[in-house]
Design a protein around this ligand. Structure first.
Ligand SMILES: Cc1cc2nc3c(=O)[nH]c(=O)nc-3n(C[C@H](O)[C@H](O)[C@H](O)COP(=O)(O)OP(=O)(O)OC[C@H]3O[C@@H](n4cnc5c(N)ncnc54)[C@H](O)[C@@H]3O)c2cc1C
Length: 561
């Protein structure tokens, strides 16, 4: 991945081409028909990944004929695709995913051969890892790669195995296939039409019905030795892990884009729907339940996605934990937003025609594929638990101090409240250590959730401060100005702080981690009174965000002028 990425004009042009393509080729009516027929429009997928739109060029280096986009560019484009349709996005994502083992693990010769073909021919890939018995636990994989030797030299492999839920499984030109070779797990590439390679019928799914998902079977499929990615056995799981931060970030952007797509239907709808003598958009009980909190959660997820993308592009490694946090929060926030959008449209929301029902079904997949939410909670918790131990419980206190410093420069961005959530988190983790609570798997996973909320609150406050200082990249998606982003940060930080302290107490006490005599001291250590005081101003901030979303500030200014 080129760390510089596209220049801003090229990125904006790519986003515009994507939007124009969607208006022309994927209007709502067509999307609804394809969804109802459970049909993947192969011509459209090929047009997107071929000469017409060339979206695949984004993630291919210039030396192989691509555009050389970086992680940040991929985030912006994936969000835009998700706003259009998550099924189509998944078809494109499968080629991104399928070529990832090549990107990180292939020999220079393999890289040149395959990446050039993806760029020039628009090859569609499928990424075949999951099996009927091996989903979250890929270690249980049964697929095999048997060496074929000639004169004592490995000349090829015979691949056997059944893969399940494979995106593009029935339409791909090439498959990256994970199998156990004698030297350990490896990725192999096999092309469509290889004898012994077959696929099942498209799955009849809850959502992303426009994407093709099928089982793929390998029965004695022969591939030459140069189809072993990297040429060395045993690297498969390492190669898969090397891109987790990046690939999970892409699914995070899907949650973000789909969540916003739902809200962007609910918001205009509410300005036109009159009930009890006024538009729904003027009812505080409506906006402050169904719109504003979801905007805050989505923008907190965006802050986490942007920071992670920037850090990956700056060469900080694959950032798997940060990618997991972004995926977890953005996919859960996207689901909540889409669910609220159905409610916001009332009976109309419950019908197909208004699209939010389809978006809700589609976005559901983001909490399942590329690692379920529960696996994300476990990954986040285990990784950060190690840091908590290594730093003797100081990791989150230190992060909180950094945010207190931000607060002293920018008292408006909610950094002090985010700091409260991080201090509380450090105390919850420490109490869990002393009482050995991570022996309860449920506690371990709940800690993952609290960590994600607290870290995300920190990200959003930092981002709001950078925006106030005019230090955000010109490629940043700027839907909100600095005062609005600061208000969103305060809203989310209040939620995160309350959640970490109260739910932390709930679970620690629930697991027997605090005796009656210790309870008062533990409560005090969580900073609950300060967190309760920080809730002051919440409704005013929500009013302000509703005004921003409905453009009421400009209208009021015009009226008073
Ligand atoms: C539409 C679709 C497209 C997909 N595309 C692809 C693709 O292109 N390539 C590919 O390789 N795979 C793909 N997948 C597979 C996807 O990644 C898996 O479905 C996912 O990883 C979960 O695995 P599973 O379905 O076996 O569920 P399981 O692993 O059986 O999980 C079932 C439930 O148990 C929970 N769980 C699992 N393990 C634990 C644990 N240790 N502790 C607590 N809870 C646990 C999970 O969170 C989940 O809620 C796709 C799936 C779908 C539905």
């Amino acid at each position: 991945m080129n760390s510089m990425g596209l220049d801003n004009d090229t990125l904006e042009l790519t986003l515009k081409s994507l939007r124009d393509f969607a208006v022309d080729r994927l209007p709502d009516k067509k999307l609804l028909e394809l969804d109802a027929r459970d049909e993947c429009p192969l011509d459209i997928v090929r047009a997107m990944c071929g000469p017409e739109l060339g979206i695949q060029l984004l993630f291919i280096a210039e030396e192989y004929g691509g555009l050389g986009g970086n992680t940040y560019d991929v985030y912006r484009v994936c969000e835009e695709m998700a706003r259009i349709d998550l099924g189509i996005s998944t078809a494109v994502l499968a080629t991104f995913l399928g070529s990832d083992p090549i990107h990180v693990g292939a020999t220079p010769k393999q890289k040149k051969y395959w990446m050039t073909r993806i760029a020039e021919e628009g090859l569609l890939f499928a990424y075949a890892a999951t099996e009927p018995e091996a989903g979250s636990d890929l270690g249980a994989m049964r697929s095999t790669a048997q060496r074929v030797e000639k004169d004592g030299r490995i000349v090829g492999y015979k691949l056997n195995g059944a893969k399940q839920w494979i995106s593009n499984g029935g339409i791909a030109d090439a498959y990256t296939f994970l199998a156990n070779a004698p030297g350990g797990p490896c990725w192999f590439i096999a092309e469509k039409g290889a004898p012994g390679l077959s696929h099942g019928r498209p799955e009849d799914k809850h959502g992303i019905r426009i994407s093709n998902t099928a089982s793929v079977n390998f029965e004695d499929v022969y591939v030459d030795a140069d189809r072993l990615i990297g040429g060395v056995e045993g690297q498969g799981l390492l190669q898969a892990q090397a891109v987790f931060g990046y690939t999970r970030l892409m699914v995070a952007t899907f949650g973000l884009g789909a969540g916003w797509a739902a809200l962007d239907r609910a918001i205009p709808y509410s300005t036109e729907r009159i009930q009890a003598g006024a538009p729904l958009s003027e009812k505080q009980g409506y906006t402050h339940k169904l719109i504003v909190p979801h905007v805050a959660r989505l923008e907190a997820s965006r802050a986490c996605i942007e920071e992670t993308a920037e850090r990956i592009d700056a060469g900080e490694g694959s950032l798997n934990t940060e990618g997991a946090i972004a995926k977890y929060l953005a996919s859960e926030a996207g689901n909540m937003a889409a669910e609220a959008a159905i409610q916001a449209l009332g009976g109309y929301g419950y019908t197909h025609e208004y699209m939010v029902e389809k978006i809700k079904r589609d976005v559901r997949i983001t909490t399942i594929y590329e690692g379920t939410s529960e696996i994300m909670e476990m990954t986040i918790s285990r990784d950060r638990w190690q840091i908590h131990l290594k730093t003797r419980g100081q990791y989150y206190h230190e992060q909180a101090k950094a945010l207190e410093a931000v607060h002293s420069r920018h008292p408006e961005v909610g950094a002090d409240i985010a700091a409260l959530s991080l201090h509380a988190l450090a105390e919850v983790l420490e109490k869990s250590r002393v009482a050995r609570l991570t022996r309860f798997q449920h506690i371990l996973l709940r800690l993952g959730e609290l960590i994600a909320y607290a870290e995300c609150a920190g990200c959003l406050a930092q981002r709001a401060a950078r925006m106030a200082e005019g230090r955000l990249s010109e490629k940043t998606h700027q839907r909100f100005d600095a005062p609005a982003l600061a208000a969103l940060s305060r809203i989310f930080a209040r939620e995160a702080a309350l959640k970490v302290a109260e739910e932390g107490l709930h679970w620690v006490a629930g697991a027997g981690g605090v005796s009656d005599s210790e309870m008062a001291a533990f409560e005090a250590s969580l900073g609950l009174p300060a967190i309760h005081r920080a809730q002051k101003g919440l409704i005013a901030d929500m009013d302000f965000i509703a005004d921003v979303l409905y453009d009421r500030l400009t209208k009021r200014a015009a009226l008073s002028a």
